[in-house]
Ligand binder design. Structure first.
Ligand code: AVJ
Length: 330
């Protein structure tokens, strides 16, 4: 069979990632407490380190979600009968292959991976196109906060957002994101969401502070990104990796903690900052859900929880949302 075409669309629309980084750094590193958005963790090395995290014994999320998909993929595909599969934050799309395979022999003609990392996206798009001749791949490099409305509609679509990536959003960002997902759906379309569930604190903490120190390395990589992009002079060894669970907000929080008093120059952002001994810089949040809390969040954006697929130990779950009648907005 002749391979179907691969199109890679770079939807940055003239916006410059560097300018965004500078703005985030100037706002986040002068705030109290200091904070930076997690997206800057995922440069090429950061994406590789995250892939390594997914293989760790402590990081149960990826393999648990894969286990759920192995059981549920056929049923999800049968319920939706998609012509297009849109994957937000696709990364390596390893788990998505299970959905594509389950759709074999059906009407699936398009795969639309959407990711912030161009390199990862290039690899994913090419390898899926090579392995599934007959499937057209339209890959989009973009930012959830800006480019979701550019996602093309190639017929009845299943939009998926796996891996509990939604956990990176605070309540306002999550609402904004889910509202935009809802706007992508037309009558008959569906949304499949992967979420990590609230559980024993020790198990949660181990997943974000592994024995091998891969997560610590992933976290400190943020400082290497700032050194490279902004000619900053962070010493990564001068910061400890810290993971905490905030039960009230139901989220893991990742920080870098300054080991001593220090001054850091970031000429690329025309900024010099000071850290007190023990001062924290928040680098990522990872919200943990219950069935009730996710149903509430989805419902607020007009996404009814139609089917619930947890694993046997209820560590992780997939939520299938099939709005009746669709949005009718387009
Ligand atoms: C990619 C956001 C789903 O929150 O579990 C893993 C990122 N950070 N270990 C997560 C992450 C540290 C991951 N997500």
């Amino acid at each position: 069979m002749i391979p179907a075409p691969v199109t890679i669309a770079i939807h940055t629309f003239g916006r410059n990632a560097r300018e965004d980084l500078i703005a985030d750094v100037r706002a986040g590193l002068t705030a109290t407490p200091k904070t930076l958005p997690p997206r800057w963790l995922y440069d090429e090395r950061g994406s590789e380190l995250f892939e390594a995290i997914t293989q760790l014994p402590e990081y149960y999320l990826t393999r648990t979600e894969a286990e759920i998909l192995r059981r549920a993929a056929t049923e999800v595909i049968a319920a939706v009968a998609p012509e297009a599969l849109v994957e937000l934050g696709s990364g390596s799309a390893r788990k998505t292959r299970m959905l594509i395979e389950a759709a074999r022999g059906g009407r699936l003609g398009f795969f639309v991976p959407f990711d912030i990392s161009e390199r990862t996206l290039q690899q994913t798009a090419r390898s899926i196109a090579a392995d599934f001749p007959g499937l057209s791949v339209y890959a989009m490099v973009g930012d959830f906060a800006e480019h979701l409305d550019r996602v093309p509609h190639y017929g009845r679509q299943l939009v998926v957002f796996l891996g509990s990536t939604i956990g990176n959003f605070d309540a306002a960002e999550r609402r904004f994101f889910l509202d935009h997902v809802r706007a992508l759906l037309r009558p008959g379309d569906a949304f499949l969401l992967g979420i990590d569930l609230v559980k024993d604190e020790a198990e949660l903490l181990a997943a974000y502070d592994d024995a091998e120190g891969v997560t610590a390395d992933f976290n400190r990589n943020l400082l290497r990104v700032l050194n490279r992009e902004l000619a900053a002079d962070f010493d990564p060894a001068a910061f400890d990796h810290v993971a905490r669970f905030d039960r009230d907000r139901s989220r893991i929080e990742m920080y870098l903690r300054s080991r001593w008093r220090q001054r850091v120059r970031l000429p690329g952002a025309r900024l010099t900052i000071e850290f007190d001994p023990g001062e924290l810089l928040m680098t990522e949040i990872s919200v943990k859900f219950t069935r009730a809390s996710v149903e509430q969040a989805l419902g607020e954006s007009g996404l009814p929880l139609t089917r619930w697929y947890p694993d046997a130990k209820e560590r992780f779950a997939l939520c299938l949302c099939m709005p009746r009648g669709g949005s009718g907005s387009r």
